[in-house]
Design a protein around this ligand. Structure first.
Ligand code: S3P
Length: 736
């Protein structure tokens, strides 16, 4: 049994009492409130076991003391707690600002005691008081703890445990970061809501106005019904961070005012559109159970055995490679480019965002449609800050080529996975053209590009078969004097070459060499993005291995440089029919019908490896279900993708009971044949979208289900994977 003392029985404190009573009824709770009526109510509702008129009484013998009072009372309450607590008790708080708490404690003790763990539950309601106590207030919400180096580890453990049993997830941040983030995501919106309602209520006709205020006003101002005392205290406690948030907002509002005054519909449209895209992305993050203030979005996929085949007709989202390029070339073109079928995934959005940051007006994506108002080959503007590429290697490498030819300096950064990936493969050959790019010492991002260089076309014999390197060189070649040519050691995807031609820019192709002559211009066009064969691959394998399957994937891109997956699966005996092959906007497209068929192990021809480079994670899964051995060689590039894909698959498949050995450039897999079942286990996706989806497919043939951790990055390439998978018969659930 634990003894908990709750100081302050408002919404936050009383909801903790209610949650603990519901989920850990053996805890004993002492409650303190300044008001007699509140104490009586808390007792009557069974929220506390005993009430006290003094803090000293409440904290006696407590294991854990929660201070849940308005920020303005914190210092005085803390003094009291400090003077009367047992020496072994741990103290935490629930205040919305953390810098002020630390300052208050410092002013009392001149140090921060190891027994104090600052905390902030990111939950609340516009309702206040003990009456509003809600036992589920913290379920699926984040609690941020801001301990310092001196805080005792067991104190942090106890406070984490306290919140976790209430259903919350707990993360840690430093104090300054917490206050900055919360100023923008919580305190500023409250100030704005209070302010808007106040401004309207000054109006003589406010009753009339409120009577007719519809959904927008109601939604926007819900939080203006919150407790004014609490929000006054928060506003003053987080003064500096809030002031800078208000200043930033005021500047934007001023710009919007000016745009409206001068009737600048384009400016307004761009601003609204950008906000809308950001809001949609934010919703997709929060819908996955993540909270916007954390940088990681924990997401766990669990697939259990499919009792029936994978069936139906689906269209997977737009091709990632083509989507990126449509924005890049559309931005550099003269005129307005329209794109249909655009992939609304985080990677492609990173590219959209980067070009917006360089002054390009881009509308959408909205239901797959994007409109890019090209600025011409030399029309990009210097971005105000580093361009953030998220998880997207394609964005970073192709943009390196484009930015190498600009007159301004720039910098490209990315998330933790991208920050580990090799960038010298682009910085070195671009250097041969006269570009100046710097990476970190080990050749990884950030990539810093010095603009204003005079690029001279030259020839490059590529060391690795990489479409990204080839594309970076060709795109830099648009800005170079004379001819830029590149020879690839094996065929790689040729979307850049095709699309440049679609924009009226000549590309010479001779055998393994592609070349452009600098100085030309691109003319805007319309682009139809086919479905991504790399996303279709998960379904091609799923339907091939689950008996009774019959699935049609419509409008899939079957560019010859991408069809390695079809060739390899066919060599393994898969039943895939290519139907209604046609050409759409310069790219070949078809509907693919796939039916269950027993597979055989093969030695994958090395010539097919670059044509299926992104599909190996799920091909490994197919190989496990084939009869006999499958050997993959010549695929060392897999080690430098979003994760080391050989290692990620070997580790996970071993945990699932597969006889697999990794090699430096591939793997050898002993397939179990049609009756094979994966063992039930929990495996890691290593923040790699394709690893996550590959293991989700494995679960379809598992004895007791496969749990895949760390799947949030599926949103980078296949935002509606879960929905489509379920539609075709995957028993797939998501949790956080
Ligand atoms: C891509 C090329 C491939 C591929 C990546 C997308 C592209 O990378 O793995 O997902 O759009 O050019 P490499 O060119 O590095 O092999």
């Amino acid at each position: 049994m634990k003894r908990l003392a709750v100081i302050g029985l408002g919404l936050i404190g009383a909801s903790c009492c209610a949650a603990i009573k519901k989920r850990a009824p053996d805890w004993n709770i002492s409650g303190y409130s300044r008001t007699e009526a509140t104490r009586q109510q808390a007792l009557a509702k069974g929220l506390i076991d005993q009430s006290f008129e003094s803090i000293a009484g409440a904290v006696r013998q407590a294991d854990l003391i929660l201070i849940a009072v308005p920020m303005g009372q914190f210092r005085q309450v803390f003094e009291n707690v400090d003077a009367t607590r047992d020496s072994s008790s741990v103290v935490t708080d629930a205040g919305s600002t953390k810098g002020s708490v630390i300052r208050d404690i410092f002013s009392v003790l001149e140090s921060i005691p190891s027994w104090f763990v600052p905390g902030h539950p990111i939950a609340g309601s516009e309702q206040s008081g003990v009456d509003a106590a809600n036992p589920d207030l913290y379920v699926d919400h984040q609690v941020i703890l801001t301990p310092d180096l001196n805080t005792a580890a067991d104190a942090i453990d106890l406070v984490s445990f306290f919140w976790k049993i209430q259903g919350a997830s707990v993360s840690q941040m430093d104090v300054e970061r917490h206050d900055e983030v919360l100023a923008l995501t919580s305190h500023l919106p409250h100030v704005l809501a209070f302010n808007l309602v106040h401004a309207l209520s000054d109006d003589d006709e406010h009753l009339e106005i409120f009577r007719y205020a519809a959904g927008g006003f109601r939604d926007f101002t819900r939080i203006a019904a919150s407790d004014p005392t609490m929000w006054r205290d928060i506003s003053l406690a987080n003064q500096q961070a809030l002031l800078s948030g208000i200043d930033r907002f005021a500047e934007r509002l001023d710009q919007m005012r000016n745009a409206i005054a001068r009737g600048d519909g384009d400016w307004i449209m761009q601003s609204f559109d950008r906000a809308r895209t950001a809001r949609t992305l934010f919703s997709s993050l929060t819908d996955q159970g993540a909270h916007p203030v954390t940088e990681t979005h924990p997401s766990v996929f669990t697939t259990t055995e499919a009792s029936q085949g994978i069936t139906g007709t689906i269209r997977v989202p737009g091709d990632k490679s083509i989507s990126h390029r449509s924005i890049m070339l559309g931005a550099l073109a003269d005129g307005i480019t329209t794109v249909d079928g655009f992939l609304e995934g985080e990677d492609a959005i990173a590219t959209v965002q980067a070009f917006r940051d360089m002054g390009v007006r881009i509308e959408g994506p909205h239901e797959g449609r994007v409109t890019v108002h090209g600025v011409g080959r030399d029309g990009l503007k210097a971005p105000a800050a580093a361009l953030y590429m998220g998880n997207s290697g394609t964005s970073m490498r192709l943009l390196s080529g484009i930015l190498a030819g600009q007159v301004f300096d720039s910098e490209l950064t990315g998330d933790s996975s991208l920050s580990r990936r090799p960038m010298r493969r682009v910085s070195m050959p671009l250097g041969q053209l006269g570009a100046v790019l710097a990476t970190s010492e080990d050749g990884t991002p950030p990539v810093k590009i010095s603009g204003g260089q005079h690029l001279m076309g030259c020839h490059t014999d590529m060391q690795v078969a990489s479409a990204q390197v080839k594309s970076a060189l060709l795109l830099a070649g648009l800005y170079a004097d004379g001819e830029t040519s590149v020879t690839e050691p094996a065929p790689t995807r040729d979307h850049t070459e095709r699309m440049l031609q679609g924009f009226g820019y000549p590309v010479k192709r001779q055998g393994a060499t592609a070349s452009v002559i600098g100085g030309g211009r691109l003319t805007a066009c319309h682009i139809d993005v086919p479905s991504d064969i790399s996303s279709a691959a998960f379904f091609l394998v799923a339907a091939s291995i689950v008996p009774g399957s019959d699935l049609t994937l419509s409008h899939v891109g079957i560019n010859p440089t991408r069809v390695g997956i079809l060739e390899i699966l066919k060599l393994m005996g898969a039943d895939i029919e290519v139907m209604d092959a046609r050409e759409v906007g310069g790219e070949p497209v078809a509907d693919l019908r796939v039916r269950y068929a027993p597979l055989n192990g093969i030695d994958v021809p090395e010539s097919l490896v670059p044509l299926a480079i992104d599909e190996f994670p799920v091909l490994f899964v197919a190989a496990c279900c084939a009869s006999g051995q499958t050997r993959v060689t010549g695929a060392e590039e897999l080690r430098v993708k979003e994760s080391d894909r050989i290692q990620s698959m070997v580790d996970g498949l071993k945990a699932l009971g597969v006889a697999i050995e990794g090699t430096p450039d591939g793997a050898v897999i002993q397939g179990g044949g049609p009756d094979f079942r994966f063992a039930s286990a929990s495996v890691e996706a290593h923040e790699d979208h394709r690893i996550a989806m590959a293991f989700s497919v494995a679960g379809l043939l598992s004895e007791g289900g496969v749990v895949v951790n760390d799947c949030a990055n599926v949103a980078t390439s296949f935002p509606n994977f879960v929905g489509l998978a379920r539609e075709t018969g995957f028993p797939l659930t998501v949790s956080s």
